[in-house]
Design a protein around this ligand. Structure first.
Ligand code: BV8
Length: 238
């Protein structure tokens, strides 16, 4: 239950950090990864689709899977949870939004300076050199990089790939500095992103979790709300 004390504690905080996962985009119609029936990984094997080895083994399958996810995303809009987070930045002197999501919906809701730990599916780069490419030959799956000829791929972090160094450093600094750390819509299974909440705890922050189901963080959080981000966040960040 969102208590007045918690709302006040948030309102009076100077430094707040929040990490989001696929759960905050679920109400926008984007499938999560690990939800039993609807999760992407319930239907697809991540090791067959979200690793560099999988891409090299079958570039066309991986390219087409991400093209399908981009098409899905084209019809999706930010929901009340994204909008509540974009409003909080106006009241909190130092608010840092960190996301594991690659859908860009936080930015679409107006959030600024979002730390994208796992990249962005709307950005495309080449496999060999990371050349960012805006347009490509839609007849080829995947198309060649116009600069170096290597295969184009989505600019997301696959399993077994390092996270963007600066993004992770900024996220760790935010987790270490914050007075309140919000963990929203994430199962807390994927590292090193999942470690940020524990880093915040170790630094003495109040940790608040909002998730549709319990996670490994639930027992450690000061407050844990089981429910939809789109319902809980507007109450918490009223
Ligand atoms: C790396 C991008 C160095 C692509 C993704 C320890 C330390 C370091 C690494 C590891 C480690 N242990 C294991 C590893 C390796 C691995 C890892 O963590 N594996 C896990 C599975 C055990 N990590 C890595 O490989 C990372 N790289 O560390 O490099 C290295 C290199 C080699 C070897 C070792 C280390 C890279 C990880 C990034 C992978 N890329 N995505 C793409 O999107 O296709 S991961 C993917 O999972 C997404 O980014 C996603 O965001 C992320 C986390 O998932 P969640 O967002 O939490 O989504 P999930 O479905 O799990 O949960 C959603 C939750 O929402 C659910 O609980 C649900 O109940 C809830 N929910 C649903 N609806 C709602 C809701 N909540 C609120 N409201 C709702 N309406």
């Amino acid at each position: 239950m969102v208590t007045p004390e918690l709302i006040d504690a948030l309102k009076n905080s100077r430094r707040v950090a929040a990490i989001t996962g696929a759960g905050i985009s679920a109400e926008s119609g984007i499938p999560t990864f690990r939800d039993a029936q609807t999760g992407l990984w319930a239907k697809y094997d991540p090791m067959q689709l979200a690793t560099p080895e999988a891409f090299l083994e079958n570039p066309e399958r991986v390219w087409n899977w991400y093209a399908w996810r981009r098409e899905l995303l084209a019809a999706c809009r930010p929901n009340k949870g994204h909008q509540a987070l974009s409003r909080i930045a106006r009241h909190i002197p130092e608010f840092q939004l960190i996301t594991q999501n690659v859908d860009g919906l936080h930015q679409a809701a107006g959030s600024q300076d979002v730390i994208e730990l796992h990249g962005n599916i709307q950005r495309t780069k080449c496999f060999d050199h990371g050349h960012t490419v805006e347009q490509w030959d839609a007849q080829q799956a995947p198309p060649p990089c116009p600069y170096c000829g290597s295969l184009l791929r989505p600019d997301v972090v696959w399993f077994g790939e390092m996270l963007p160094v600066q993004a992770l450093q900024q996220a760790e600094q935010a987790a270490a500095r914050c007075e309140v750390f919000l963990s929203i819509g994430t199962s807390g299974q994927v590292y090193p992103a999942a470690d940020l909440a524990y880093q915040a705890l170790a630094s003495g922050a109040m940790v608040v979790e909002i998730n549709a189901e319990p996670t490994p963080l639930t027992a450690r959080a000061h407050y844990a709300f089981t429910g939809k981000a789109g319902d809980q966040l507007p109450r918490l960040l009223a």
